[in-house]
Ligand binder design. Structure first.
Ligand SMILES: Nc1ncnc2c1ncn2[C@@H]1O[C@H](COP(=O)(O)OP(=O)(O)OP(=O)(O)O)[C@@H](O)[C@H]1O
Length: 262
């Protein structure tokens, strides 16, 4: 069974003037087979950079990423290609993975060719993401934002991934749709036997779908644990602040006073 294992991972960017920014710093994280892990934290804390590091899209400055006990990153292209084909991403902007000029069914077929035999048919993929069968004959621009994100999820699943990474996949959707699309991602990933790393700044949605949650701040993971435990008994002051900031219907903080931090 495929496990993603990050050990002491660091990623730094070179800034104008030669300085380096340590965007990810000493991250240890594991995503086990069949598990959904939520990665939360404020804008700029390094979530997307960590996702890119997992996919080999940015080089590591420290540590290692292993998938299925094989290294990813800073490797020969052949090894990377084989491992990375099994990791698929869904981005905030569905167009990041969709071609506006190709019909939906052709794009799903393109995905299915990445790992032949690993994914269901185009009709089944559309059904899984709750789109009508005739959606395949249309182009991405003919759909709403939520439908487009469903297509992007189907496109990712068409490649037969064993790990699905969502990088803020619900951030651009209407609030009414966010929980549904997040739950759908969990459903389709688990139904296919894949695990999922779900990146979001929306803790309420992460609580709905994640088995474990990792809280990231300034490049580091400051808290990691079963979702309900982190939610009910956050150990880290920053996690407490994040949770306290979640709005509720009456406009006040969600958490009781005893969890408030200064
Ligand atoms: N290509 C780059 N070059 C230089 N700095 C970068 C680059 N990409 C990201 N950064 C910086 O690295 C830090 C982490 O950025 P990253 O996009 O990973 O954060 P994030 O948590 O995903 O934020 P958001 O939720 O806003 O997408 C930020 O300070 C950002 O400005």
């Amino acid at each position: 069974m495929s496990t993603l294992q990050l050990d002491d991972v660091g990623v730094s960017y070179r800034l104008p003037g030669g300085q380096r920014l340590l965007a990810v710093d000493g991250v240890d994280l594991q995503v086990a087979a069949g598990e959904v892990v939520g990665l939360v934290g404020e804008s700029g804390c390094g979530k997307s950079t960590l996702a890119k590091a997992i996919c080999g899209l940015v080089p590591l400055s420290a540590g290692r990423v292993r998938y299925d006990d094989r290294p990813i990153g800073r490797l020969g292209l052949r090894t990377r290609a084989a491992e990375l084909r099994r990791i698929q991403m869904v981005f905030q902007n569905p167009y990041a993975s969709l071609n506006p000029r190709r019909r939906v069914r052709d794009q799903l077929q393109d995905g299915r060719r990445i790992n032949p035999g690993a994914a269901p048919s185009v009709a089944e993929l559309l059904d899984q993401v709750e789109l009508p069968a005739d959606a395949g004959a249309r182009f991405p621009h003919e759909f709403s934002g939520g439908q487009r994100q469903r297509i992007a999820i189907a496109r990712a699943m068409a490649a037969g991934p064993t790990l699905l990474i969502g990088d803020e996949p619900i951030a651009s959707l209407d609030a009414s749709l966010q929980a549904r699309i997040a739950s759908l991602m969990r459903e389709v990933a688990l139904a296919a036997g894949a695990s999922m790393l779900f990146i979001s700044h929306d803790l309420a949605v992460v609580r709905l779908i994640a088995d474990r949650v990792a809280v990231m701040r300034a490049g580091r993971i400051v808290e990691l644990g079963p979702t309900e435990q982190v939610w009910r008994e956050p150990a880290d002051a920053y996690t407490k602040r994040l949770l306290a900031a979640i709005p509720v219907a009456d406009g006040r903080g969600r958490l009781p006073e005893e969890l408030a931090v200064d």
